[in-house]
Design a protein around this ligand. Structure first.
Ligand SMILES: Nc1ncnc2c1ncn2[C@@H]1O[C@H](COP(=O)(O)OP(=O)(O)OP(=O)(O)O)[C@@H](O)[C@H]1O
Length: 353
């Protein structure tokens, strides 16, 4: 299988300095806050931007180094942007056939290729339509077919779901999952769900640097940065291991939990727990071996059948608790109210940072 990428690149004005690998057939998601450099990474690989230094190799072909700069069309890489960017005056079929035709296929071959890939994205029924006659989700599927028709070794997806309404996203996600099988892809997304569903590995970028890189589920379950914890919807406290099962943060908050491995006293460590595991009280709870955090409620956010209560503890950590609406009513919670978050040690995972 093809699609092995090795990238090392820096771009000073964009504040980027990264090194990453994609294995053949692997799907790597890139998450990160706005301005972290996610699109810049894709632009460097696609050849839309020149790095200051670095080297990229795709399947033994150098895309760039200090002497080489392969132009975008010759890289074997296709970038699928948020906006499908279809030619408005061409039919769906001709939009997809355009690439193969431009790279030398006969009109008949190019159309046959287009039909194959439109079928692959469940878009055969609208081959004769113009882009203006398509919904956002349909247009994006056509754009995927067009990207695949170029037979890239590596697909670059820049927030493929971002421009779609909520109802259209699940179908596109299913199509993407299917077409990405056996193809290498780098997927920039804001959505942790997309990362979980579409990627094997997750890279988190922050300020132009890679701050997390690992199997997607591990990175989500054991975040190392507040950003990852937030997008994963988990509570994260960093500090140092105080004993086998305790962590103390910089403000002296003591958290007891279940360590994933043996921790030496003084070693940097992280404690993570789910908002579901948090019980909320108006007065300090007594009598059980629980972690208690005195907090001030900052925000109440309705989410499906629950309410997510966002609060700050005295050390400034943002801590989340998921409660039923009736509990929120009974506790009379509102922004500014003082409350106590309580979480059992068994619900807290402690691991080295
Ligand atoms: N065309 C440009 N010219 C100059 N600087 C740019 C340009 N595009 C982005 N930048 C800067 O480069 C840095 C990285 O931006 P980039 O768009 O790659 O981030 P991103 O992670 O994709 O962000 P977002 O999630 O907002 O799309 C930012 O500091 C940004 O301001």
């Amino acid at each position: 299988m093809t699609g092995a990428l090795s990238l090392r690149a820096s771009h000073e004005t964009r504040g980027l300095d990264v090194a990453l690998e994609v294995k053949p057939g692997e799907h790597v998601a890139i998450l990160g806050p706005n301005g972290a450099g996610k699109s810049t990474v894709l632009s460097l690989i696609a050849g839309l931007l020149r790095p200051d230094t670095g080297r990229a190799v795709l399947d033994d072909r150098t895309l760039f180094d200090e002497r080489t700069f392969v132009p975008p069309h010759a890289r074997g890489v296709t970038l699928l942007a948020q906006d499908p960017l279809l030619f408005p005056h061409l039919s769906v079929l001709d939009n997809v056939a355009f690439g193969p035709r431009a790279s030398g296929a006969t009109a008949k071959q190019a159309r046959a290729t287009a039909e194959t890939f439109l079928d692959e994205v469940d878009a055969s029924e609208f081959v004769d339509r113009r882009p203006a006659q398509l919904s956002g989700g349909q247009a994006q599927r056509v754009a995927i077919a067009r990207a695949l028709a170029a037979r890239p070794s590596l697909l670059l997806l820049d927030e493929p779901m971002a421009a779609l309404d909520v109802a259209a996203a699940p179908l596109l996600r299913r199509v993407l999952k299917r077409v990405l099988a056996d193809r290498s892809a780098l997927i920039v997304t804001h959505d942790v769900l997309d990362a979980l569903l579409l990627s094997d590995r997750l890279i988190v970028l922050d300020h132009g640097r890679i701050v997390e890189d690992g199997p997607t589920q591990d990175v989500i379950a054991r975040p190392r940065t507040p950003f990852t914890a937030r997008i994963a919807g988990l509570n994260l406290i960093n500090g140092t291991a105080a004993s086998g099962t305790h962590l103390v943060d910089a403000h002296g908050v003591d958290v007891s939990g279940a360590p994933t491995e043996q921790l030496a006293t003084g070693e940097s460590a992280l404690a993570v727990f789910s908002p579901n595991a948090v019980a909320v009280y108006e007065t300090p709870p007594h009598g059980s071996p629980r972690n208690t955090f005195e907090v001030t409620v900052v925000e109440l956010e309705p989410r499906d059948a629950q309410v997510r209560v966002r609060a700050h503890d005295r050390a400034g950590h943002t801590l989340l608790a998921d409660l039923t609406a009736s509990s929120v009513g009974e506790l009379d919670l509102y922004p500014g109210k003082r409350a106590f978050y309580s979480v059992k040690a068994t619900a807290v995972t402690i691991y080295p940072s």
